[in-house]
Design a binder for this molecule. Sequence first.
Ligand code: SAH
Length: 391
Amino acid sequence: MREVVLQPGRDRSVRRRHPWLLSGSVAREPGAVAHGELVRVRSAEGEVLGHGDYSPRSQLRVRLVAFGKDEPPADWLERRLADALARRASDPLLSGSDGIRLANAEGDGLPGLVVDRYAEVCVLRASTAAMAARRDGIVRWLEASAGARAVVARDDASAARREGFTPADGLLAGALASGSVEIREHGRVYEVDVLRGQKTGFYLDQRDARSRVEALAEGRRVLDLFCFTGGFAAAAARGGAATLTLVDSSEPALAVARRHVERNRRSQGLAARFVHGDAFEAARTLDERFDLIVVDPPPLARRSADVPRASRAYKDAFLHALRVAAPGAWLLFFRCSHHVSADLLRKIAFGASLDAGRPLQVAGEFSAPSDHPVSLDHPEGDYLSGLLLRA
Ligand code: SAH
């Protein structure tokens, strides 16, 4: 097995079980390593510290999959997948939905791999060359052991450019009647475009927050900013919202949002408005008031250098939302980037509340549900949080 040898004194993060080994810690590279072949990591003193996936082009030079001196068994990947599946099957918090994340990268000891299951269709998203190289084995496992009738690839194209692999996109195995797969989430019906939708097709990570919106929606005028396919608005429709206004810059996403509202609404009389355009601009120019407002922008900060600009954008979006919030309104405000922490989100909300002269109560907080586990060893895996605020 090929080996990576660390610089003297650079063994601390591996000993603390952090799965990322940065290029600056490496004294000796292993030479040519086939994609998907594990490398052994040794300290400068020669001690074996772990094994992992080697990425010669990445700052994250090794993503560790095992710690300590023992070499992982040949079937380590299948074992991890089976463990991830068993954890979900035994988790009562995950019953009631057939849209579930089966594998959450580092959170499940599977760096570079996300698998989302939509009913009987699994969508596989690889973001490292090593995981992409294991694709065929993963597909076989999903069919044989996870009951997948079809497996679709939606590899991360920008990661593929960085890592130097050819991203797979499209049906890998089985058959699909259409690209639109129906899931049921606590009674809500959603159509997931597994072939063309954003990421793997749907934001499963907002499931718990959607349930909260459904519970709060009765009789309320609801604004869903950055709605994508209207996951929140459809939940509000099912919860008995009085009116809905949805805003997104993606026309195809809005087309699906229309169907989601139609299929989930409790009352025939529900007035719904779909605004195609910039959510900042739309929120700035709305002349109505709303009782329940969801602000769920895209990541905005993909690197730590983006944080100041992203913070201003988050604050702007939230200020616009506050301007149209009726007295006593509920506001749900989310961030979905590791670089903007839960604490920073609170500070941004506080700044906007001060500027707007509107004191707010924190009525609840959200994180990703338990099918998106974050390893305590890997704080970088924490990317999603939300605040439920009341005006
Ligand atoms: N709330 C959604 C997920 C939002 S993802 C859900 O629960 O499913 C972020 C969304 O913001 C994407 O759909 C993207 O199309 C949209 N978007 C990005 N920039 C935007 C902008 N400036 N104005 C409006 N929508 C935007």
